[in-house]
Design a protein around this ligand. Structure first.
Ligand SMILES: Cc1cc2nc3c(=O)[nH]c(=O)nc-3n(C[C@H](O)[C@H](O)[C@H](O)COP(=O)(O)OP(=O)(O)OC[C@H]3O[C@@H](n4cnc5c(N)ncnc54)[C@H](O)[C@@H]3O)c2cc1C
Length: 420
Protein backbone atom coordinates (compact mmCIF):
# COMPACT_ATOMS: atom_id res chain seq x y z
CA UNK A 1 0.00 0.00 0.00
CA UNK A 2 1.46 3.40 -1.01
CA UNK A 3 0.67 6.45 1.14
CA UNK A 4 -0.05 10.11 0.48
CA UNK A 5 -0.22 12.27 3.59
CA UNK A 6 -1.76 15.74 3.34
CA UNK A 7 -1.03 18.21 6.16
CA UNK A 8 -3.93 20.64 6.61
CA UNK A 9 -7.61 20.11 5.69
CA UNK A 10 -8.39 23.74 4.74
CA UNK A 11 -9.04 24.97 1.19
CA UNK A 12 -6.04 23.38 -0.53
CA UNK A 13 -5.74 20.27 1.65
CA UNK A 14 -9.43 19.35 1.40
CA UNK A 15 -9.74 19.75 -2.36
CA UNK A 16 -6.50 17.96 -3.12
CA UNK A 17 -7.01 15.02 -0.76
CA UNK A 18 -10.51 14.45 -2.20
CA UNK A 19 -9.28 14.54 -5.79
CA UNK A 20 -6.29 12.29 -5.10
CA UNK A 21 -8.32 9.77 -3.08
CA UNK A 22 -10.82 9.37 -5.94
CA UNK A 23 -8.10 8.90 -8.56
CA UNK A 24 -5.55 6.88 -6.58
CA UNK A 25 -7.79 4.94 -4.15
CA UNK A 26 -8.71 2.36 -6.82
CA UNK A 27 -4.97 1.96 -7.60
CA UNK A 28 -4.15 0.89 -4.04
CA UNK A 29 -3.05 4.22 -2.54
CA UNK A 30 -4.22 5.61 0.79
CA UNK A 31 -4.78 9.34 1.30
CA UNK A 32 -4.62 10.59 4.90
CA UNK A 33 -5.26 14.23 5.84
CA UNK A 34 -4.14 15.57 9.22
CA UNK A 35 -5.47 18.78 10.79
CA UNK A 36 -5.44 20.06 14.37
CA UNK A 37 -8.74 21.94 14.05
CA UNK A 38 -12.27 20.57 14.27
CA UNK A 39 -13.66 23.45 12.16
CA UNK A 40 -13.21 24.51 8.53
CA UNK A 41 -13.65 28.28 8.14
CA UNK A 42 -14.74 29.82 4.83
CA UNK A 43 -12.25 32.69 5.30
CA UNK A 44 -13.62 35.08 2.63
CA UNK A 45 -16.77 35.25 4.82
CA UNK A 46 -14.71 36.84 7.66
CA UNK A 47 -14.80 40.11 5.71
CA UNK A 48 -18.57 40.48 6.12
CA UNK A 49 -18.91 39.47 9.80
CA UNK A 50 -17.89 42.84 11.35
CA UNK A 51 -20.78 44.46 9.44
CA UNK A 52 -23.18 41.46 9.57
CA UNK A 53 -23.73 42.06 5.84
CA UNK A 54 -25.26 39.88 3.11
CA UNK A 55 -26.32 37.01 5.37
CA UNK A 56 -23.03 36.78 7.32
CA UNK A 57 -24.10 37.19 10.95
CA UNK A 58 -22.12 34.69 13.00
CA UNK A 59 -19.73 31.72 12.92
CA UNK A 60 -22.53 29.38 11.82
CA UNK A 61 -22.73 31.25 8.48
CA UNK A 62 -19.11 30.62 7.49
CA UNK A 63 -18.01 27.39 9.17
CA UNK A 64 -18.57 23.64 8.88
CA UNK A 65 -17.07 20.64 10.69
CA UNK A 66 -13.57 20.00 9.35
CA UNK A 67 -14.57 16.58 7.97
CA UNK A 68 -17.58 17.99 6.10
CA UNK A 69 -16.02 18.38 2.63
CA UNK A 70 -13.95 15.19 2.91
CA UNK A 71 -14.78 12.15 0.77
CA UNK A 72 -15.21 8.93 2.74
CA UNK A 73 -12.18 7.53 0.87
CA UNK A 74 -9.99 10.09 2.70
CA UNK A 75 -8.75 9.04 6.15
CA UNK A 76 -8.94 12.02 8.51
CA UNK A 77 -6.78 12.40 11.62
CA UNK A 78 -7.41 15.23 14.05
CA UNK A 79 -3.96 16.01 15.45
CA UNK A 80 -1.34 18.73 15.55
CA UNK A 81 1.69 18.23 13.30
CA UNK A 82 4.87 18.57 15.40
CA UNK A 83 7.64 17.54 13.01
CA UNK A 84 8.19 16.46 9.42
CA UNK A 85 11.12 14.04 9.26
CA UNK A 86 11.66 14.26 5.50
CA UNK A 87 14.81 12.14 5.54
CA UNK A 88 12.84 9.24 7.06
CA UNK A 89 9.61 10.23 5.19
CA UNK A 90 7.38 10.37 8.24
CA UNK A 91 5.32 12.95 10.11
CA UNK A 92 5.18 13.17 13.89
CA UNK A 93 1.90 14.43 15.31
CA UNK A 94 0.18 14.70 18.68
CA UNK A 95 -1.76 11.60 17.57
CA UNK A 96 1.11 9.35 16.43
CA UNK A 97 3.57 8.97 13.57
CA UNK A 98 2.52 8.77 9.91
CA UNK A 99 4.92 7.47 7.24
CA UNK A 100 4.45 8.68 3.66
CA UNK A 101 5.58 8.12 0.10
CA UNK A 102 4.45 11.61 -0.92
CA UNK A 103 3.69 14.51 1.39
CA UNK A 104 1.56 17.58 0.64
CA UNK A 105 2.00 20.67 2.81
CA UNK A 106 -1.24 22.67 2.97
CA UNK A 107 -0.87 24.19 6.44
CA UNK A 108 -1.98 27.75 5.59
CA UNK A 109 -0.76 30.66 7.72
CA UNK A 110 -1.94 32.82 10.61
CA UNK A 111 -1.54 36.28 12.11
CA UNK A 112 0.66 37.37 15.02
CA UNK A 113 -0.13 40.80 16.59
CA UNK A 114 2.79 40.35 19.05
CA UNK A 115 5.17 41.15 16.19
CA UNK A 116 4.18 44.84 16.37
CA UNK A 117 5.17 46.60 19.61
CA UNK A 118 2.12 47.45 21.70
CA UNK A 119 -0.41 45.85 19.35
CA UNK A 120 -1.14 42.59 21.21
CA UNK A 121 -1.82 44.57 24.42
CA UNK A 122 -4.58 46.62 22.81
CA UNK A 123 -6.29 43.84 20.80
CA UNK A 124 -10.07 43.66 21.25
CA UNK A 125 -10.05 46.94 23.23
CA UNK A 126 -9.41 49.61 20.56
CA UNK A 127 -7.65 47.40 18.00
CA UNK A 128 -9.34 44.52 16.20
CA UNK A 129 -8.63 42.07 13.41
CA UNK A 130 -11.22 40.38 11.23
CA UNK A 131 -8.55 37.90 10.05
CA UNK A 132 -9.68 35.52 12.84
CA UNK A 133 -13.19 34.35 13.64
CA UNK A 134 -13.09 35.64 17.23
CA UNK A 135 -11.61 38.94 16.06
CA UNK A 136 -14.30 39.43 13.41
CA UNK A 137 -17.05 38.81 15.98
CA UNK A 138 -15.41 41.15 18.53
CA UNK A 139 -15.34 43.89 15.87
CA UNK A 140 -19.01 43.29 15.03
CA UNK A 141 -19.84 43.86 18.70
CA UNK A 142 -17.66 46.98 18.87
CA UNK A 143 -19.17 48.49 15.68
CA UNK A 144 -22.64 48.00 17.19
CA UNK A 145 -21.72 50.68 19.77
CA UNK A 146 -19.50 52.87 17.56
CA UNK A 147 -21.12 56.05 16.23
CA UNK A 148 -18.36 58.58 15.50
CA UNK A 149 -14.60 58.87 15.05
CA UNK A 150 -11.71 57.73 12.86
CA UNK A 151 -11.56 54.12 11.66
CA UNK A 152 -8.14 53.13 10.37
CA UNK A 153 -7.50 49.92 8.50
CA UNK A 154 -3.79 49.17 8.76
CA UNK A 155 -1.78 46.51 6.95
CA UNK A 156 1.25 45.85 9.17
CA UNK A 157 3.39 44.26 6.45
CA UNK A 158 3.21 42.19 3.28
CA UNK A 159 2.56 39.41 2.40
CA UNK A 160 -0.97 38.97 3.73
CA UNK A 161 -3.83 36.62 2.89
CA UNK A 162 -6.06 38.01 0.15
CA UNK A 163 -4.24 41.31 -0.52
CA UNK A 164 -7.52 42.93 -1.65
CA UNK A 165 -9.34 42.16 1.63
CA UNK A 166 -8.13 45.47 3.24
CA UNK A 167 -9.56 47.65 0.46
CA UNK A 168 -12.76 45.58 0.53
CA UNK A 169 -12.98 46.28 4.25
CA UNK A 170 -12.83 50.07 3.85
CA UNK A 171 -15.34 49.96 0.96
CA UNK A 172 -17.74 47.92 3.11
CA UNK A 173 -17.13 50.18 6.14
CA UNK A 174 -18.17 53.16 4.00
CA UNK A 175 -21.33 51.27 2.91
CA UNK A 176 -22.11 50.10 6.47
CA UNK A 177 -21.80 53.57 8.04
CA UNK A 178 -23.97 55.00 5.23
CA UNK A 179 -26.62 52.35 5.91
CA UNK A 180 -26.53 53.42 9.55
CA UNK A 181 -26.84 57.09 8.54
CA UNK A 182 -23.63 58.14 10.34
CA UNK A 183 -21.08 58.27 7.50
CA UNK A 184 -20.67 62.04 7.99
CA UNK A 185 -19.48 61.38 11.57
CA UNK A 186 -17.03 58.57 10.69
CA UNK A 187 -13.71 58.94 8.88
CA UNK A 188 -12.54 55.80 7.03
CA UNK A 189 -8.84 55.58 6.07
CA UNK A 190 -6.55 52.84 4.74
CA UNK A 191 -2.98 53.12 6.04
CA UNK A 192 -0.65 50.78 4.17
CA UNK A 193 3.06 50.02 3.72
CA UNK A 194 2.40 49.90 -0.06
CA UNK A 195 2.56 53.07 -2.11
CA UNK A 196 -1.09 52.63 -3.17
CA UNK A 197 -4.18 50.46 -2.83
CA UNK A 198 -2.65 47.35 -4.44
CA UNK A 199 0.66 45.94 -5.56
CA UNK A 200 0.00 46.35 -9.32
CA UNK A 201 -0.47 49.76 -11.08
CA UNK A 202 -3.63 49.28 -13.22
CA UNK A 203 -5.48 47.58 -10.35
CA UNK A 204 -4.29 50.24 -7.90
CA UNK A 205 -5.62 53.01 -10.14
CA UNK A 206 -9.03 51.28 -10.44
CA UNK A 207 -9.32 50.81 -6.65
CA UNK A 208 -8.11 54.32 -5.84
CA UNK A 209 -10.77 55.76 -8.19
CA UNK A 210 -13.50 53.90 -6.27
CA UNK A 211 -11.97 54.98 -2.92
CA UNK A 212 -12.01 58.66 -3.98
CA UNK A 213 -15.73 58.46 -4.86
CA UNK A 214 -16.40 57.09 -1.39
CA UNK A 215 -14.29 59.72 0.39
CA UNK A 216 -11.85 57.10 1.70
CA UNK A 217 -8.26 58.25 2.12
CA UNK A 218 -5.38 55.93 1.21
CA UNK A 219 -2.25 56.81 3.18
CA UNK A 220 0.74 54.94 1.69
CA UNK A 221 4.36 54.10 2.57
CA UNK A 222 3.52 53.70 6.28
CA UNK A 223 5.67 50.98 7.87
CA UNK A 224 4.22 50.44 11.31
CA UNK A 225 6.70 50.29 14.21
CA UNK A 226 4.42 50.46 17.27
CA UNK A 227 0.95 51.10 18.62
CA UNK A 228 0.18 53.15 21.72
CA UNK A 229 -3.24 51.86 22.76
CA UNK A 230 -3.53 54.41 25.60
CA UNK A 231 -3.09 57.41 23.28
CA UNK A 232 -4.70 55.57 20.33
CA UNK A 233 -1.82 56.34 18.00
CA UNK A 234 0.13 54.26 15.47
CA UNK A 235 3.74 55.20 14.85
CA UNK A 236 5.86 54.32 11.79
CA UNK A 237 9.59 53.52 11.68
CA UNK A 238 10.21 56.98 10.20
CA UNK A 239 8.40 58.64 13.13
CA UNK A 240 5.08 59.45 11.39
CA UNK A 241 2.04 59.17 13.67
CA UNK A 242 -1.58 58.36 12.80
CA UNK A 243 -4.21 58.82 15.52
CA UNK A 244 -7.29 56.57 15.49
CA UNK A 245 -10.47 55.87 17.41
CA UNK A 246 -10.59 52.28 16.26
CA UNK A 247 -7.70 50.43 14.64
CA UNK A 248 -8.58 47.53 12.37
CA UNK A 249 -5.29 45.74 11.97
CA UNK A 250 -4.04 43.10 9.59
CA UNK A 251 -1.17 41.86 11.73
CA UNK A 252 2.04 40.28 10.37
CA UNK A 253 1.41 36.85 8.85
CA UNK A 254 3.32 33.79 10.04
CA UNK A 255 3.64 30.27 8.69
CA UNK A 256 3.13 27.32 11.08
CA UNK A 257 6.35 26.82 13.09
CA UNK A 258 6.56 23.14 12.13
CA UNK A 259 7.70 24.19 8.63
CA UNK A 260 10.77 25.99 9.94
CA UNK A 261 11.39 23.43 12.70
CA UNK A 262 11.46 20.69 10.05
CA UNK A 263 14.01 22.52 7.86
CA UNK A 264 11.51 23.21 5.06
CA UNK A 265 11.36 27.02 5.30
CA UNK A 266 13.10 29.98 3.69
CA UNK A 267 14.24 32.91 5.85
CA UNK A 268 10.65 34.19 6.20
CA UNK A 269 9.48 30.91 7.75
CA UNK A 270 7.28 30.00 4.75
CA UNK A 271 7.87 26.72 2.89
CA UNK A 272 10.64 27.10 0.33
CA UNK A 273 8.81 26.11 -2.86
CA UNK A 274 9.64 25.98 -6.57
CA UNK A 275 7.22 28.48 -8.15
CA UNK A 276 6.59 26.34 -11.26
CA UNK A 277 6.65 22.71 -10.06
CA UNK A 278 5.29 23.51 -6.54
CA UNK A 279 7.77 21.01 -5.09
CA UNK A 280 9.62 21.76 -1.88
CA UNK A 281 13.12 23.07 -2.58
CA UNK A 282 14.31 21.50 0.68
CA UNK A 283 13.02 17.90 0.53
CA UNK A 284 12.21 15.10 -1.91
CA UNK A 285 8.62 13.89 -2.49
CA UNK A 286 7.10 16.98 -0.87
CA UNK A 287 4.68 19.31 -2.70
CA UNK A 288 3.37 22.62 -1.30
CA UNK A 289 -0.10 24.10 -1.85
CA UNK A 290 -1.69 27.37 -0.70
CA UNK A 291 -0.76 30.00 1.87
CA UNK A 292 2.13 28.19 3.59
CA UNK A 293 4.32 28.39 0.45
CA UNK A 294 6.68 31.26 -0.41
CA UNK A 295 5.74 31.49 -4.11
CA UNK A 296 5.44 35.13 -5.25
CA UNK A 297 1.69 35.33 -5.86
CA UNK A 298 -1.33 36.14 -3.68
CA UNK A 299 -2.10 34.08 -0.61
CA UNK A 300 -5.64 33.32 -1.80
CA UNK A 301 -8.16 30.51 -1.98
CA UNK A 302 -8.05 30.78 -5.77
CA UNK A 303 -4.29 30.13 -5.67
CA UNK A 304 -4.80 27.13 -3.34
CA UNK A 305 -7.35 25.89 -5.89
CA UNK A 306 -5.29 26.46 -9.07
CA UNK A 307 -2.01 25.29 -7.57
CA UNK A 308 -3.84 22.26 -6.10
CA UNK A 309 -4.90 21.22 -9.61
CA UNK A 310 -1.33 21.58 -10.89
CA UNK A 311 -0.01 19.44 -8.02
CA UNK A 312 -2.68 16.82 -8.70
CA UNK A 313 -1.69 16.48 -12.38
CA UNK A 314 2.05 16.55 -11.74
CA UNK A 315 1.92 14.10 -8.84
CA UNK A 316 -0.22 11.64 -10.82
CA UNK A 317 2.30 11.88 -13.67
CA UNK A 318 5.25 11.42 -11.30
CA UNK A 319 3.66 8.31 -9.81
CA UNK A 320 3.34 6.88 -13.34
CA UNK A 321 6.98 7.74 -14.09
CA UNK A 322 6.05 10.49 -16.58
CA UNK A 323 7.27 14.08 -16.97
CA UNK A 324 5.20 16.70 -15.04
CA UNK A 325 2.67 18.05 -17.58
CA UNK A 326 2.10 21.49 -16.02
CA UNK A 327 4.08 24.45 -14.64
CA UNK A 328 2.25 26.88 -12.33
CA UNK A 329 2.05 30.48 -13.58
CA UNK A 330 0.92 32.08 -10.27
CA UNK A 331 -2.70 32.38 -11.46
CA UNK A 332 -4.87 34.24 -8.94
CA UNK A 333 -8.30 35.79 -9.13
CA UNK A 334 -10.62 37.49 -6.71
CA UNK A 335 -13.82 39.47 -6.46
CA UNK A 336 -13.46 42.78 -4.60
CA UNK A 337 -16.61 43.86 -2.77
CA UNK A 338 -17.22 47.60 -2.98
CA UNK A 339 -20.56 47.96 -1.16
CA UNK A 340 -24.04 48.78 -2.53
CA UNK A 341 -24.28 45.21 -3.96
CA UNK A 342 -21.35 45.79 -6.30
CA UNK A 343 -17.87 44.28 -6.72
CA UNK A 344 -14.83 44.37 -9.01
CA UNK A 345 -12.91 41.34 -10.29
CA UNK A 346 -9.14 40.82 -10.76
CA UNK A 347 -7.45 38.01 -12.70
CA UNK A 348 -3.65 37.91 -12.90
CA UNK A 349 -0.50 35.79 -12.55
CA UNK A 350 3.24 36.06 -11.81
CA UNK A 351 3.91 38.03 -15.00
CA UNK A 352 0.63 39.70 -16.02
CA UNK A 353 -0.98 42.31 -13.79
CA UNK A 354 -4.80 42.58 -13.51
CA UNK A 355 -6.16 43.96 -16.81
CA UNK A 356 -9.58 45.25 -17.85
CA UNK A 357 -11.77 43.03 -20.05
CA UNK A 358 -14.22 40.19 -19.51
CA UNK A 359 -13.94 36.92 -17.54
CA UNK A 360 -14.00 33.95 -17.93
CA UNK A 361 -15.18 33.88 -21.56
CA UNK A 362 -13.52 36.57 -23.73
CA UNK A 363 -16.14 38.72 -25.49
CA UNK A 364 -18.99 37.20 -23.43
CA UNK A 365 -17.97 37.48 -19.79
CA UNK A 366 -20.25 37.68 -17.94
CA UNK A 367 -17.91 39.17 -15.30
CA UNK A 368 -16.25 42.55 -16.12
CA UNK A 369 -12.63 42.87 -14.97
CA UNK A 370 -11.30 45.86 -13.03
CA UNK A 371 -14.75 47.48 -13.02
CA UNK A 372 -17.56 47.68 -10.45
CA UNK A 373 -20.69 45.69 -11.35
CA UNK A 374 -23.63 43.98 -9.71
CA UNK A 375 -22.92 40.68 -11.45
CA UNK A 376 -19.47 40.58 -9.83
CA UNK A 377 -21.16 40.98 -6.43
CA UNK A 378 -23.51 38.09 -7.17
CA UNK A 379 -20.50 36.07 -8.33
CA UNK A 380 -18.88 36.62 -4.92
CA UNK A 381 -22.09 35.75 -3.08
CA UNK A 382 -22.53 32.55 -5.13
CA UNK A 383 -18.92 31.59 -4.48
CA UNK A 384 -19.66 30.68 -0.84
CA UNK A 385 -21.85 27.82 -2.09
CA UNK A 386 -19.39 26.86 -4.85
CA UNK A 387 -16.69 26.72 -2.15
CA UNK A 388 -18.53 24.27 0.08
CA UNK A 389 -20.24 22.08 -2.51
CA UNK A 390 -17.80 22.01 -5.43
CA UNK A 391 -14.38 23.44 -4.61
CA UNK A 392 -13.40 21.88 -1.28
CA UNK A 393 -15.17 18.62 -2.13
CA UNK A 394 -12.88 18.44 -5.19
CA UNK A 395 -15.92 18.23 -7.50
CA UNK A 396 -15.48 21.52 -9.40
CA UNK A 397 -14.93 20.31 -12.97
CA UNK A 398 -11.83 21.67 -14.67
CA UNK A 399 -12.61 23.94 -17.61
CA UNK A 400 -12.45 27.47 -19.03
CA UNK A 401 -14.79 28.79 -16.26
CA UNK A 402 -11.94 28.37 -13.74
CA UNK A 403 -8.70 27.60 -15.57
CA UNK A 404 -5.71 26.62 -13.42
CA UNK A 405 -3.47 28.64 -15.77
CA UNK A 406 -4.40 32.23 -16.57
CA UNK A 407 -5.86 32.99 -20.00
CA UNK A 408 -5.39 36.30 -21.85
CA UNK A 409 -8.67 35.83 -23.75
CA UNK A 410 -11.00 38.82 -23.30
CA UNK A 411 -8.29 40.95 -21.65
CA UNK A 412 -7.07 44.31 -22.92
CA UNK A 413 -3.44 43.23 -23.28
CA UNK A 414 -2.59 46.37 -25.28
CA UNK A 415 -2.70 48.27 -21.96
CA UNK A 416 0.31 46.34 -20.69
CA UNK A 417 2.75 48.34 -22.78
CA UNK A 418 1.29 51.61 -21.44
CA UNK A 419 1.31 50.43 -17.81
CA UNK A 420 4.96 49.31 -17.82
C1 LIG B 1 -10.46 38.00 5.70
C2 LIG B 1 -10.06 37.08 4.59
C3 LIG B 1 -10.68 37.21 3.34
C4 LIG B 1 -10.31 36.38 2.30
N1 LIG B 1 -10.92 36.52 1.08
C5 LIG B 1 -10.56 35.75 0.05
C6 LIG B 1 -11.21 35.88 -1.21
O1 LIG B 1 -12.14 36.69 -1.39
N2 LIG B 1 -10.77 35.10 -2.24
C7 LIG B 1 -9.76 34.20 -2.08
O2 LIG B 1 -9.39 33.51 -3.05
N3 LIG B 1 -9.13 34.04 -0.88
C8 LIG B 1 -9.51 34.78 0.18
N4 LIG B 1 -8.90 34.63 1.40
C9 LIG B 1 -7.74 33.73 1.51
C10 LIG B 1 -8.11 32.25 1.56
O3 LIG B 1 -9.12 32.01 2.52
C11 LIG B 1 -6.87 31.45 1.89
O4 LIG B 1 -5.85 31.85 0.99
C12 LIG B 1 -7.08 29.95 1.72
O5 LIG B 1 -8.06 29.51 2.63
C13 LIG B 1 -5.77 29.22 1.95
O6 LIG B 1 -5.96 27.83 1.91
P1 LIG B 1 -4.85 26.88 2.55
O7 LIG B 1 -5.32 25.49 2.26
O8 LIG B 1 -3.50 27.28 2.12
O9 LIG B 1 -4.91 27.17 4.12
P2 LIG B 1 -6.17 27.07 5.20
O10 LIG B 1 -7.43 26.98 4.41
O11 LIG B 1 -5.92 28.19 6.10
O12 LIG B 1 -5.90 25.67 5.87
C14 LIG B 1 -4.78 25.39 6.67
C15 LIG B 1 -5.14 24.26 7.64
O13 LIG B 1 -3.95 23.80 8.27
C16 LIG B 1 -4.23 23.49 9.63
N5 LIG B 1 -2.99 23.56 10.42
C17 LIG B 1 -2.14 24.61 10.54
N6 LIG B 1 -1.08 24.27 11.32
C18 LIG B 1 -1.28 22.99 11.69
C19 LIG B 1 -0.52 22.06 12.47
N7 LIG B 1 0.67 22.38 13.03
N8 LIG B 1 -1.02 20.82 12.65
C20 LIG B 1 -2.19 20.44 12.08
N9 LIG B 1 -2.95 21.27 11.32
C21 LIG B 1 -2.49 22.52 11.12
C22 LIG B 1 -5.25 24.56 10.03
O14 LIG B 1 -6.02 24.12 11.13
C23 LIG B 1 -6.09 24.71 8.75
O15 LIG B 1 -7.26 23.91 8.77
C24 LIG B 1 -9.29 35.41 2.49
C25 LIG B 1 -8.68 35.26 3.73
C26 LIG B 1 -9.07 36.09 4.78
C27 LIG B 1 -8.40 35.92 6.13
Amino acid sequence: MKRIVVLGAGTGGALLSNRLARKLGPKGWTVTVIDKSDTHIYQPGLLFLPFALYGHHGPEDITKPIRWPLDNRVAFVQAGVNLIDHAARKVETTGGTYPYDYLILALGCGVDPARVEGLAETMDATAFTYYTLDGAMALQKFFGRFDKGRVILNIAEMPIKCPVAPIEFVFLADYYFRLRGIRDKVEVDLVTPLSGAFTKPLASAALEGVAREKDIRIIGDFDIASVDGGRRVMRSWSGREEPYDVLVTIPPHVAPEVIENSGLADLSGFADTDRASLKSRKAQNVYVVGDCSNIPTSKAGSVAHFSGEIVEHNLLAEIEGKEPPMAFDGHSNCFIESGHHKALLFDFNYDTQPLPGLFPFGGVGPFPLLKESRINHWGKMAFRHVYWWLLTTGRLPEGPWAPALMSLKGKHVELLARAR
